[in-house]
Design a protein around this ligand. Structure first.
Ligand SMILES: Cc1cc2nc3c(=O)[nH]c(=O)nc-3n(C[C@H](O)[C@H](O)[C@H](O)COP(=O)(O)OP(=O)(O)OC[C@H]3O[C@@H](n4cnc5c(N)ncnc54)[C@H](O)[C@@H]3O)c2cc1C
Length: 427
């Protein structure tokens, strides 16, 4: 792809005498994790350079990626604390309740947000709106430099610092490199960090539907033999369609290509069979997307002057809508560790600083990887005894309020040793 110059918001002199860009933090990958970290650090005295191989303007196209993310209540606070929320508030749908059901079983689990307070359990944020919010926030932050599209050709790290050379010859020096370049992370590979991974042999089919009746801001998760089928409430779009939902339909990987190849009417029929009639007639609006589903995690998340965050460190099944939530928790913890180190005059890239981050995030990420993996194995089958046991489990949780509240607080991201940004405090 020919490299187009991207007009960054300026923070450091891009042409120092030796032509190297010098910053505190080099972020490789400006997706949601990397982009939110930049927005968080942009409010500290630290200087940041962001590099992404894609042109950020391409991602501003509304048809770039059809996903919408269920973001927990605590991560909504992070978006507020990083100045992203004002751009998202009107377009994000609150998730008031969550209803979990198992195929045709009459047993279900219903989480009502009022059981734990007045606030929504989370929000549905559309990919497009999040990208626009990040783009606008970055432009307003004077300590950020963005080099995109830009491809890191070499990344050298040692006790003294980080030196990156891009394929177009631009060079960056930093005290710390952050690999936020997603599941296929070249940063992780360049550091020789191994990956543990397995495929779920499932595909996540994503699309948006308009329906006759209002969703009342209830997120529905229905477990079907091929995998979970989620119906997630969205706000109305610019055309005024108030009753919209995002669908994440998990299908067997051998059947998904045939589903994706159906014409619009046949696809809508297949979707309706799974969706049911509770929201009246439905209509698929816009394109459909397919994502192969797998679990993966990096065997290390730190190395000399390097840290991995987001999907570069851990990629999970979307069954609980937690992949990006975990990435944003990485962001909140890393931003706090770096801001505190800078305040104390410590080296933000040394081993002690990175170890503090690594210890903070290890347990949370490991538990979520294990939980999403176990849930998918438990629910993505039609084995009668397993079905009976899990339906009984749903009914038991539904009938024990303290247990139910504990699960709700987990879904809201309110459990654990939370960084300041997730508690609604300033960095
Ligand atoms: C179907 C589906 C539904 C999901 N729903 C939810 C949900 O409801 N809630 C939730 O929390 N999560 C959800 N997720 C997970 C979520 O999509 C991911 O966790 C999240 O997008 C990861 O963000 P990231 O910034 O870490 O990585 P990415 O979004 O992959 O961003 C990586 C960035 O790095 C750039 N890049 C890549 N390689 C290089 C390179 N070599 N050099 C420079 N730049 C590079 C890319 O261009 C990109 O901008 C879902 C996932 C799927 C598949």
């Amino acid at each position: 792809m020919p490299e187009k110059p991207f007009q960054p918001s300026r923070m450091v002199d891009p042409n120092p005498p030796d032509n190297d860009i010098r910053v505190d933090v080099l972020i490789i990958g400006v997706g949601f994790a990397g982009g939110t970290l930049a927005a968080a650090l942009g409010d500290t005295p630290l200087t940041v350079c962001m590099v992404d191989r894609a042109d950020p303007r391409d991602a501003l196209d509304a048809t770039f990626d059809g996903r919408a993310f269920a973001i927990s209540q605590s991560n909504q606070k992070l978006l507020e604390g990083t100045g992203l929320w004002p751009r998202l508030a009107e377009t994000s749908a609150p998730i008031l309740d969550i209803r979990v059901s198992d195929g045709p079983s009459l047993l279900f689990l219903h989480y009502d947000h009022q059981a734990v307070g007045d606030e929504p359990m989370g929000y549905m944020i559309e990919n497009h709106h999040l990208r626009v919010a990040l783009h606008e926030r970055h432009k307003a932050q004077t300590r950020l430099t963005q080099l995109a599209p830009g491809q890191v050709k070499t990344l050298e790290r040692d006790g003294g610092g980080v030196r990156a050379e891009l394929s177009d010859g631009r060079r960056v020096r930093a005290r710390l490199a952050v690999g936020a370049d997603g599941r296929g992370s070249d940063t992780r590979k360049s550091a020789g960090i191994g990956l543990t991974q397995w495929s779920y042999h499932q595909t996540g089919i994503v699309c948006t539907v308009r329906h006759e009746r209002n969703h009342d801001y209830v997120a529905q998760e229905r477990f079907l033999p091929a995998g979970p089928f989620a119906i997630l409430p969205l706000m109305g779009d610019v055309a005024g369609a108030a009753n919209r939902s995002s669908i994440v339909w998990t299908e067997r990987e051998d059947l998904a290509p045939a589903m994706m190849a159906l014409d619009d009417d046949e696809f809508a029929q297949e979707l309706s069979r799974r969706f049911g009639a509770f929201l009246g007639d439905i209509e698929v609006i816009g394109p459909r997307w397919a994502y192969p589903l797998s679990l993966q995690f990096a065997r290390e998340t730190t190395a000399t002057r390097l840290v991995l965050i987001g999907d570069a460190a851990h990629g999970m099944h979307p069954i609980a809508g937690q992949g990006l939530n975990m990435g944003l928790r990485d962001v909140a913890a890393l931003a706090e560790v770096l801001a505190d180190a800078a305040r104390l005059g410590l080296d933000i890239g040394d081993a002690a600083t990175l170890e503090r981050y690594e210890r903070w995030r290890r347990f949370d990420n490991t538990m979520m990887l294990a939980a999403t993996d176990a849930l998918n194995r438990l629910f993505s089958n039609d084995i009668a005894p397993v079905r009976l046991a899990r339906d009984a489990g749903l009914a038991v949780v539904d009938s024990i309020p303290p247990l139910k509240r504990l699960f709700m607080r987990h879904a809201m991201g309110a459990v654990g040793d939370l960084p300041r940004l997730l508690r609604g405090e300033r960095l």
